[in-house]
Design a protein around this ligand. Sequence first.
Ligand code: HPA
Length: 245
Amino acid sequence: MTVYAIIGGTGLTQLEGLNIRQSLPLDTPYGAPSAEIQVGEYAGREVLFLARHGHPHRVAPHQVNYRANLWALKQAGAEAILAVNAVGGIHAAMGTGHFCVPHQVIDYTSGREHTYFADDLEYVTHIDFSYPYSEPLRERLIAALAAQGCAYSSHGVYACTQGPRLETVAEIARLERDGCDIVGMTGMPEAALARELGLDYACLALVVNPAAGKSTAVITMAQIEQALHDGMGLAKATLARVLMA
Ligand code: HPA
């Protein structure tokens, strides 16, 4: 049976309902992951859980040690990663509370440690990243969202920005011209590192605000927190369905 790991983002630093058996304080050649990896039972199945921003939430998106996080999950036995990400909505269909299972990503980040193929190399490895997300895993997420009765999109292009600030209106207009549907700060290099390690990876994105310029209102943390609070229950139920399937 595939060993799943859930990477919880903003609003999901704890997986309530996870019957924790062990907390692994792992170290890696790249440093420590954001938090201990919890091993336990969720929805009747053994699963690993890692809080991407630490628990409590303290690591900013550009400071997350993505290499350590993915390495530690693999070390703990993970084979497939379900990543949960809060995002802003760019496409008109991506209203607050909407879920999206992106099929593509564009990386706008800079200066992040983004590869394992950097030090003491005998040869350079170029991974195929044409299709950044695992299609079978995406299909599982989509089936779970459909069964859950959520508003969702089965496709979308995820723009990953550097953060931690939100974008300007012109930046979002550019991302839209590039074909992006949602925008977040944590999708990369996480997805690429998973591929480098041979881990299946898919993203469950929850829209928590209209991206800059997509609404006349100022984007507030209170609004984002409310949307996270409202949406994470459904996100957790969706994850549970994936694990039970
Ligand atoms: N932009 C980038 N990242 C985000 C946003 C946004 O509007 N909302 C949540 N994460």
